[in-house]
Design a binder for this molecule. Sequence first.
Ligand code: 16G
Length: 245
Amino acid sequence: LRPEGWLGQTAGPRYVQLRQRLEKGIEEGILPPNSSLPPEREIAELTDLSRVTVRKAIQELVRKGTIEQRQGSGSFVRQPVARVEQSLSHLTSFTEDMERRGFETTSTWLERGVFLPSPDEMLALGLSANDQVARIHRLRAAGGRPMALERAALPLDILPNPTEVTGSLYAFLEQSGNRPVRAIQKISAINLEATEARLLDVAEGTAGLRIQRTSYLESGRVAELTRSIYHGDAYDFVAELRLST
Ligand code: 16G
């Protein structure tokens, strides 16, 4: 951490330089996962930077999810999130995607039942205000790590008893011949709001992805509107592009 050799070498504010220095240390394994950072005061003394500057650098690393602050015991380097490369050319389910990679999936249910549809759901699923909608909202984890928050809405005749879904939604729908065969997906970049961030175990404001999927049955009918919030550090989406003829 001693400032000779790194401080002032790159442009930019000093807290950015310190942040980069700490990131390099983490990358090179000098600060391995779960190791603790020296106290703010010590870093300030070592680097000749003010405590305000040190705090700012640390806060940025907390925001990025690189380190976490544990009440009363200081700052620790977090285990890096394994990134998942996800193809955009196949209609797969979360369970299939993760099992293929050897991860066990779990769901924490946030909402599961029959509700009156929201205007978005009415539009997407072609429902009227008096119809009902099956809704399942869950926090999905793979290998014990929170990966996505998913809110799915389906017409009631496609999923009459949402509480019966205990694992894979697509596997459940398959049993009644209602597995979607086509989907349209929209991906947007977001900054996670406080509740989303808490559930995904990152700091508020961390980058994430919002994915909206509308999927269709063989008959062309809409089966599902799902809005998901993905951990920004956990996914790379890959699409194959061909020259149009
Ligand atoms: C994926 C789908 C989601 C679908 C879910 C079913 C995206 C963005 N979303 O997460 O629309 O409801 O899979 O997964 O890919 P399950 O069968 O494991 O419940």
